[in-house]
Design a protein around this ligand. Structure first.
Ligand code: C2E
Ligand code: CA
Ligand code: CA
Length: 570
C-alpha cells in the first residue's frame, strides 16, 4: 500500500471532528506521535506500517527514543525535555530511524499544549522521500527483506563482485501463513523478524536476502554455509518461538556462479542474463523446483551461448546482406542497409536472436565494431572497381553508451578515410542509450565529419519522441509494424500523416520500413515520407554486385514507378 493511501485509510477510521485536525497535521507529517512527559508513547498514527513495518499498537508504552538511532538519541531526548511545562514548539530536528534495514531521516517537530495531561505531540516527516520510496519499491513491507525484483538486482550486483564460491538458496515454508495465523501477534512479528534477521546476517554482505513471495525466501551466501546448517538454524529459530509446532520447510541450493573457466566479465554477464531470464520465465518462475531444475541449466546454456556469440565474432561466422532504400517517387536507390546473416553453425536461430542476445549480455558493441570494419573493407574493395555505394549499418544504442566503443569506432573510420563518408549510421535500440547527451554529441561529431545518421525503429518505443528530441539526425526510419498497423485504421493513417508532417518540418527525411505493397508505398508517399524499404523494392541480398545499383533505379522499379505515376502533392 502506498504511504499516502495508508495515511488516508487510517484517517478515515477516526471520528469526524478529529478529521480536520488530523488533516492539518498530516499535511506535513508522515507519522504522528503523542508522548507523555517522560517520553513514553501514548498514541501513534500515520504511515507506520509502510515506513517502519510497525503497527501503531506496538508503539504504545514504548519510549520514543527507542525508535531513534543511537547517535541521534540525545537530540530526541532534548526534543522532549525542552518542551516540558510550556506551551511551545520545537521545529525541524533531524532524527534518524532505521527500519526495514534502511536508514531513514525524518524531520521532527514537537509541540506541547499547556493542558493538564502535559502531552507532547510529535510529528515526523520523511526527508528525501523519492529516494526512500525507490528503496521501498524494492523491499517487502513487513520483513524489510528485498522483494523479488529487488533481490534480483542485489543478487546480481553481489554475485558480480565476489570472487568466492557462492550459492543461491531458496527456502519455502509451505504452512507459514497458517502458523502465523495461529500465533499471538507478538509471536508472529518475532517469527518474521527472526527469520529475516537470520537470512540477512548469513547472506553476502549482510543484505542479499529476499522474500520472493509469501512464505518463500531466497538468499545468496558463501558456499561454506550448507543447506543442512541453514535448515537446522531455522528450525531452532522457529522452535524458540513456538516449541510445540513442527515447522515444515523445503530448501534447495545451487552454485550461483558459472564454472571457473570464464573471465570475470563473461561470468558477470552470464549471471545477469540468467537471473533476468530465470525470474521472467513463465510457469513456475522463481520456485524451489525451478531453481534446482532450471537455474543451473539456464546458466550453463547462457555460458554456451556466450561462447557461440564470441566465436561468431572472432571467427567472423557471418555474411552481410544488403537491402535497398528507395526514393518512392522515382525508384532511385539512395543507399543499402547492411544486415547480418549468420553462417552455418553459428549457434543462433536467426539474426534477430543473435542481435538480441548480444544486446542483453553486452557483447553487441564488439559485434557492431566488427560489422563496421567489414563493411568499410568491402567499400574499399568496391572502390577499386569504381563503385562507390552508400550503405547504412546498425549501431546499437548500447554501443553509444560505451566510450571504449566510440573511441574504437573513430579509429576504424579513420583507418578507412577514403570511404568512410559512404557510411550512414543507423541507431537501433535507442532505449539502451544510457546518456542521451553523450550519444548525441557523438552523433553530431559523426555528422560534422560527413556521416549521415538515422534513428531506427521510430514508433515502436514508448519514448520515440523523446529520442527524436534528444538526438539530431538526418533520417528517421518508421518501424515496419507501425506502418502496417497504422494503415489499417482511419486514426492510424491520420497519425502517420502527422508524423510525416512533423518529420518534414524538422527537415528530417522519413524512411518507411517493410513496404510490401503498392498501397503502402503510395500512402507513405502521400504522408510526405520520401523513402521506402521492403520486399516491394527488394529483399536483402548477399550479392555484393547489387551495390552497383546505388544511385540508379532497377528496371523493375522503373516499371512500377511509371505505372504508379506518383506526383507530389503541392
Ligand atoms: P531492422 O534494422 O529493423 O531491419 C529490418 C528487418 O526487417 C530485417 O530483418 C529485414 O530482413 C526485415 N525486412 C526488410 N524488409 C521487409 C519486408 O518487406 N517485410 C518483412 N516482413 N520484413 C522485412 P533482419 O535482417 O532479421 O534483422 C532484424 C533486426 O536485427 C534488424 O532490424 C536490426 O535491428 C538488427 N540487426 C540486423 N543486422 C544488424 C547488425 O549488423 N548490427 C546490429 N546492431 N543490429 C542488426
Ligand atoms: Ca535497421
Ligand atoms: Ca527498423
Amino acid at each position: 500500500m502506498a504511504i499516502s493511501d495508508e495515511i488516508a485509510n487510517n484517517v478515515r477510521t477516526l471520528k469526524a471532528d478529529r478529521d480536520r485536525y488530523l488533516g492539518f497535521a498530516f499535511a506535513t507529517a508522515d507519522i504522528l506521535l503523542e508522548v507523555d512527559q517522560v517520553g513514553t508513547i501514548t498514541f501513534a498514527d500515520g504511515a507506520l506500517r509502510g515506513l517502519l513495518a510497525l503497527k501503531g499498537e506496538y508503539l504504545i508504552g514504548k519510549p520514543f527514543v527507542s525508535l531513534i538511532e543511537e547517535k541521534d538519541r540525545p537530540r530526541a531526548e532534548n526534543l522532549i525535555k525542552g518542551l516540558s511545562n510550556k506551551a511551545q514548539r520545537i521545529e525541524n530536528v533531524e532524527l534518524q530511524l532505521t527500519a526495514k534495514g534502511m536508514p531513514m531521516v525524518f524531520s521532527a517537530s514537537a509541540f506541547s499544549l499547556n493542558t493538564l495531561e502535559k502531552s507532547i505531540y510529535i510529528s515526523l516527516s520523511l526527508k528525501e522521500k523519492d529516494n526512500v520510496a525507490g528503496q521501498l519499491d524494492r523491499r517487502d513491507m513487513v520483513t524489510g527483506l528485498f522483494n523479488k525484483n529487488g533481490f534480483i538486482d542485489e543478487a546480481n550486483e553481489k554475485l558480480q563482485n565476489t570472487k568466492n564460491d557462492v550459492e543461491m538458496t531458496m527456502i519455502d515454508f509451505p504452512t507459514l501463513k497458517h502458523m502465523l495465523d495461529n500465533m499471538t501477534p507478538e509471536q508472529a512479528t518475532k517469527m518474521m523478524a527472526d527469520i529475516s534477521a537470520y537470512m540477512k546476517s548469513k547472506s553476502l554482505g549482510g543484505d542479499t536476502a529476499g522474500m520472493i513471495k509469501d512464505g518463500t525466501f531466497s538468499m545468496v551466501h558463501e558456499a561454506a554455509l550448507t543447506k543442512e546448517q541453514i535448515t537446522s538454524d531455522l528450525m531452532q529459530i522457529t522452535k524458540n518461538i513456538v516449541p510445540s509446532e513442527e515447522v515444515q520447510m523445503r530448501i534447495a541450493s545451487v552454485a550461483a556462479k558459472p564454472g571457473s573457466k570464464l573471465t570475470k566479465q563473461d561470468s558477470a554477464r552470464a549471471i545477469l542474463y540468467t537471473l533476468n531470464h530465470f525470474a521472467q520465465s513463465k510457469g513456475e518462475g522463481f520456485s524451489i523446483h525451478s531453481l534446482t531444475e532450471g537455474y543451473q541449466d539456464m546458466l550453463s546454456k547462457t555460458v554456451e551461448q556466450i561462447d557461440d556469440f564470441k566465436k561468431t565474432v572472432t571467427d567472423e561466422k557471418f555474411d552481410i546482406a544488403f537491402q535497398p532504400i528507395v526514393d518512392i517517387q522515382n525508384g532511385i536507390i539512395h543507399h543499402y542497409e547492411c544486415l547480418v546473416r549468420l553462417k552455418e553453425g553459428a549457434g543462433f536461430q536467426n539474426p534477430f536472436q543473435f542481435i538480441t542476445f548480444g544486446e542483453e549480455t553486452g557483447y553487441i558493441s564488439e559485434f557492431d565494431l566488427l560489422m563496421t570494419k567489414r563493411t568499410l573493407d568491402l567499400l574499399l574493395e568496391a572502390k577499386l572497381k569504381d563503385n562507390n555505394p552508400v550503405v547504412s549499418i546498425n549501431i546499437s544504442g548500447k554501443s553509444l553508451s560505451s566510450s571504449l566503443f566510440m573511441d574504437a569506432f573513430r579509429e576504424v573510420l579513420n583507418r578507412h578515410n577514403k570511404v568512410k563518408k559512404q557510411l550512414i549510421l543507423e541507431i537501433t535500440e535507442s532505449s539502451k542509450i544510457q546518456d542521451m547527451k553523450v550519444a548525441n554529441d557523438f552523433i553530431q561529431e559523426m555528422r560534422r565529419d560527413g556521416n549521415l545518421c538515422c534513428l531506427d525503429d521510430f514508433g515502436v518505443a514508448e519514448s520515440s519522441f523523446d529520442y527524436l528530441r534528444s538526438l539530431q539526425v538526418d533520417f528517421v526510419k518508421i518501424d515496419g509494424s507501425y506502418v502496417r498497423e497504422s494503415m489499417k485504421t482511419d486514426q492510424g493513417r491520420k497519425m502517420l500523416k502527422a508524423m510525416g508532417t512533423l518529420l518534414s518540418s524538422l527537415r528530417i527525411v522519413g524512411i518507411g520500413e517493410m513496404v510490401e505493397t503498392e498501397e503502402e508505398a503510395k500512402f507513405l508517399f502521400e504522408c510526405g515520407v520520401r523513402f521506402g524499404q521492403g520486399y516491394l523494392f527488394g529483399k536483402p541480398s548477399l550479392d555484393q554486385e547489387e551495390l552497383k545499383n546505388c544511385g540508379r533505379a532497377s528496371p523493375y522499379q522503373l516499371n512500377v514507378i511509371r505505372a504508379r505515376n506518383f506526383r507530389p502533392k503541392n
